[in-house]
Design a protein around this ligand. Structure first.
Ligand code: CP
Length: 315
């Protein structure tokens, strides 16, 4: 693997999940692999889990790790070509990416979408410019369109906890007061399709994700229809893709609660976190023994480690 930008960079996702499970069994087994190598983690947006789990993963492999909060600490970045830079943006992404690449052997990058211009956001311009100019492998720590490190941890969590060979997995839209990216939903859809599980997406009208990511997944517009017989309920809010970036609904009937969980096959509850309690999911569900959100977050370390290990081994 040269870069880890999305599911298409992975030849065999089950082999990568197995790799993550091996890392989990003995996290320090490969601590010589990254010796003398530097991992740079660049955050254009906030993070708790991605920041800490990827640092830990790099250190488990013996890497030196540098973290930079770009939005607060870096120069304001110009990302467009040919601009006369006489405004408030002091540095072009061409130089910034190349300079960071000169200090690092691998770069992890988080860069959220604007949620204003769909066409521009869906080119994933910022991460692709890093690929173009940094000259070292790039790991996607959540871009405008996908969050593959999260999705790998999600599949790992399902593989560890599933009771059926081919579980029924439901991705359900949930309410949220603010417009959020589609990236986690897009990515989860791509990875669950590749994993070969039974897969249903439930969201209100106006919230269908792009077919480029959902593929052949069934899409329903009533939550109860999806919950029936489910083995996993994966909750995530996203703003509208169709009416791009807008919050069209905050209908409480979509919140994950005990009544709907009782329709399932004793389903596990999943969410990538952070989560707004009693908006997205009731306390009773997230605090129940069927909630695997902490395991899912813990698995971020081993997912990141498996990815870094493959890149280091390739190099
Ligand atoms: N799930 C996730 O990516 O969490 P952070 O935004 O806190 O990194």
């Amino acid at each position: 693997m040269k870069n880890f930008l999305n599911v298409h960079d992975v030849e065999d996702i089950h082999a990568l999940v197995d790799g993550a499970l091996l890392c989990k069994q003995n996290p320090r087994a490969d601590h010589e692999l990254g010796k003398g190598k530097t991992l740079g983690l660049i955050f254009m947006n906030p993070s708790l889990r991605t920041r800490l789990s990827t640092q830990k993963a790099g250190r488990n492999l013996g890497m030196d790790v540098m973290v930079m909060n770009f939005s607060g600490e870096g120069w304001a970045l110009e990302t467009e070509e040919g601009v006369i830079m006489n405004g408030d943006k002091a540095e072009h992404i061409k130089e910034a990416a190349a300079v960071i690449g000169a200090y690092c052997d691998i770069i992890g990058l988080r860069s959220f979408p604007s949620l204003k211009d769909r066409k521009s956001d869906y080119t994933d311009h910022v991460i692709n410019e890093f690929v173009r100019y940094a000259g070292v492998p790039i790991v996607n720590l959540e871009s405008a369109t996908v969050h593959p490190c999260q999705s790998l941890a999600d599949v790992l969590t399902i593989e560890e906890t599933k009771e059926a060979g081919k579980p029924k997995v439901v991705l359900t839209w949930v309410p949220h007061p603010r417009p959020l990216p589609q990236s986690v939903g897009n990515s989860f859809a791509e990875w669950i399709n590749r994993a070969g599980y039974e897969f249903v997406i439930a969201n209100p009208e106006g919230y269908d994700l792009s077919g480029d990511f959902t593929g052949n997944a069934a899409v329903v517009h009533e939550p109860e229809e999806a919950y029936a017989g489910a083995d996993y309920i994966y909750a995530k809010n996203w703003s509208s893709y169709e009416q791009y970036g807008q919050v069209l609904s905050q209908d409480e009937k979509w919140m994950v609660d005990e009544r709907k969980m009782n329709l399932t096959n004793n389903a596990k509850f999943m969410h990538c976190l952070p989560v707004r309690r009693n908006v997205v999911v009731s306390d009773a569900v997230i605090d129940s023994e069927n909630s695997v959100v902490i395991r899912e977050a813990a698995n971020r370390e081993f997912a990141a480690q498996a990815v870094l290990k493959q890149i280091l081994s390739h190099g």
